[in-house]
Design a protein around this ligand. Structure first.
Ligand code: SF4
Ligand code: SF4
Ligand code: SF4
Ligand code: FES
Length: 569
């Protein structure tokens, strides 16, 4: 197919959109409602181009190239139209003279701001248009600010196409169109999983996490409180992006130093409790496998996934591991074992989590979790606190976590990527079942960014069928296949977010496949760099069992480290 782009001839051997054809010619067309991973929608018209012989401009994202087509991407007509469209979008976005950009969650990553600069907007001739809609603060995890919404529909499509949750929708028509939830009930009153994938997709500040930064500043300055912090595995390979570093830069030790500068009394690691999770979960699997318990066993570390199954597949609740997530195991151990050890009363101790996750903000308030975690900051929120305190993260000297709850293994480090929980569990289960040392620790078959991975692992002559699933749309597919008897597994890892927690809803924006792969590489680098790479060899976890818990799945373990679920359908 021969196509002319700006008077130059190009040849394409397959059908594609004008946008893709132009991209391959290294020309950028501005887009807003388009997103690489989603079905094109064609609503904003910002990508309009001139096509010879056509009376009107054509949206490049939804128009296919044809043989002999002549496209003009930056003609005068195109430039003028784009400016007018952009002015209308900005006006509908409610930008007023009260400088709301300064207070916006996306002030550093706003696509509108970036595009307005690129297409040379110097004045807004259209007065701001208010849609009169109020903020939606009904959720424990996510806030919607409809005043900043440009109705690009990307969140609606992400929630439906990638996550298969379908809780966002478009209401009304024409200029009265707006994005909402079923019957305008609010995000906290519908089947939202709190995964935050819609936040990553939103080009404006219309969606963001519920902030806990103010509360954390307050407890940090309260002399009566003993404030400890835990950091999730996926944060250390991503937070540097907020400071302009290349994705995949590992800043674990600088982050520890930064948290001490913020004033935390102790800086601990969720990786410690990820090792603890493996001790409990691997043993739960072995017990179910040997005693004919409910299989397949489903992992339970991802609160977005838990809420999804509670709403959509309550018939599978008994398949879920009863293990709390590492975040909650940490809280439970910190406020009992550790608090007793150092003589701090439970009511004085404040546990703050740094998570790549927005769903963990909801998990924290589940009644089953008994208030063990007080506040949850996303990776983005922690970066904001560092910036506010003038902390130059990338250049801080390296510091180590405090002990004992800061000691962890490489198996815990890989929890941050899809496949990591399964691999960590297999490292421990293999040695527990066979009594032999596992020679090759890397289970390559469960690694990588693919949405659904399957493997059969031989343990002492027994074949164990496992699957690893990331993204809720993929979770739905796998659950349907299990339901129909098409698939028979023994153990399945599910993560709500594409790529696992490295792609969590609280991670730096942008988060795309290229960035996910770099964060993932860094996660495996952390694993390789550690002297201990199996959870059951973590000396602090061993001491915890000896001094306090007894053994995995003991009565005490059940009381503190295990939970129950709720059928929400
Ligand atoms: S948080 Fe997840 S489930 Fe909820 S609206 Fe956003 S994408 Fe959908
Ligand atoms: S909330 Fe964000 S992603 Fe959703 S339609 Fe509005 S601007 Fe687009
Ligand atoms: S995959 Fe990770 S970031 Fe996403 S909801 Fe689950 S725990 Fe949170
Ligand atoms: S990006 Fe093509 S119409 Fe919006």
């Amino acid at each position: 197919m021969k196509v002319k782009i700006n008077n130059r001839e190009y040849e394409f051997d397959k059908e594609m959109s004008i946008l893709d054809a132009v991209k391959s010619a290294h020309i950028k067309i501005p887009t807003l409602c388009y997103s690489e991973k989603l079905e094109p929608f064609g609503s904003c018209r910002l990508c309009s181009v001139e096509v010879k012989g056509e009376r009107t401009l054509k949206p490049a994202c939804v128009t296919k190239i044809t043989d002999g087509m002549e496209i003009f991407t930056h003609s005068e007509k195109v430039r003028k139209t784009r400016k007018t469209i952009m002015e209308l979008i900005v006006a509908s976005h409610g930008i007023t003279c009260n400088l709301n950009c300064l207070t916006c969650s996306k002030s550093n990553s706003c696509e509108i701001k970036e595009i307005a600069g690129e297409i040379g907007i110097t004045e807004i001739r259209v007065p701001p248009i208010s849609n009169g809609l109020a903020e939606d603060k009904s959720s424990y995890s996510i806030v919607r600010e409809p005043q900043k919404c440009i109705v690009c529909n990307r969140c609606v499509r992400k929630c439906a196409e990638v996550q298969s949750v379908n809780i966002l929708t478009i209401a009304n028509r024409g200029p009265n169109t707006y994005v909402t939830t079923f019957m305008d009930k609010g995000m906290g009153n519908v089947d939202c999983t709190n995964c935050g994938q819609c936040i990553l997709e939103c080009p404006t500040g219309a969606l963001h996490e519920v902030y806990h930064t103010e509360q954390v500043w307050n407890v940090l300055s309260d002399k009566d409180k003993f404030v400890i912090v835990q950091t999730a595995p996926a944060v250390r390979v991503a937070i540097a992006e907020e400071f302009g570093a290349e994705p995949g830069r590992i800043t674990t030790k600088q982050m520890v130093a930064g948290l001490r500068l913020l004033g935390f009394d102790k800086v601990f690691d969720t990786n410690f409790s990820a090792d603890l999770t493996i001790m409990e979960e691997a043993n739960e699997f072995i017990e179910r496998f040997k005693d004919g318990g409910k299989l397949p066993l489903f992992t339970s570390c991802s609160p977005g996934w838990i809420k999804f199954i509670e709403h959509n597949y309550p018939e599978f609740i008994d398949n879920l591991s009863t293990c709390k997530s590492p975040q909650q195991m940490f809280g439970a151990i910190a406020k009992t074992y550790y608090a007793n050890k150092i003589g701090v009363p439970r009511e004085k101790m404040v546990v703050v989590s740094i998570m790549p996750c927005t769903a963990k903000k909801f998990e924290r308030v589940r009644p089953e979790m008994k208030g063990d975690v007080d506040y949850v900051l996303t990776t983005r929120e922690l970066a904001k606190m560092f910036k506010l305190a003038g902390i130059d993260l990338l250049n801080l000297p390296a510091e180590d976590y405090d002990i004992p709850l800061g000691i962890s293994s490489g198996a815990a480090a890989i929890f941050g990527a899809t496949g990591g929980v399964m691999e960590a569990a297999l490292r421990t289960a293999y040695e527990a079942i066979t009594g032999k040392e596992l020679e090759k620790l890397d289970f390559e078959s469960v690694r990588g960014i693919k949405g659904i991975k399957e493997a059969t692992i031989a343990i002492d002559g027994i074949k164990v069928n496992v699957a690893v699933v990331n993204g809720l749309g993929n979770a739905r597919k796998v659950l349907e296949m299990i339901k129909n008897g098409e698939k028979e597994y023994h153990f399945v890892e599910f993560m709500a977010c594409p790529g696992g927690c490295i792609g969590g809803g609280g991670q730096p924006i942008p988060t795309n496949n290229e960035i996910l792969l770099k964060r993932m590489e860094a996660i495996y680098e952390v694993d390789k760099s550690l002297p201990i790479r199996k959870s059951h060899e973590n000396p602090a976890v061993k001491a915890l069992y000896e001094e306090f818990l007894g053994e995995p799945l003991s009565e005490k373990s059940h009381e503190l480290l295990h939970t129950t679920y709720v059928a929400r359908s």
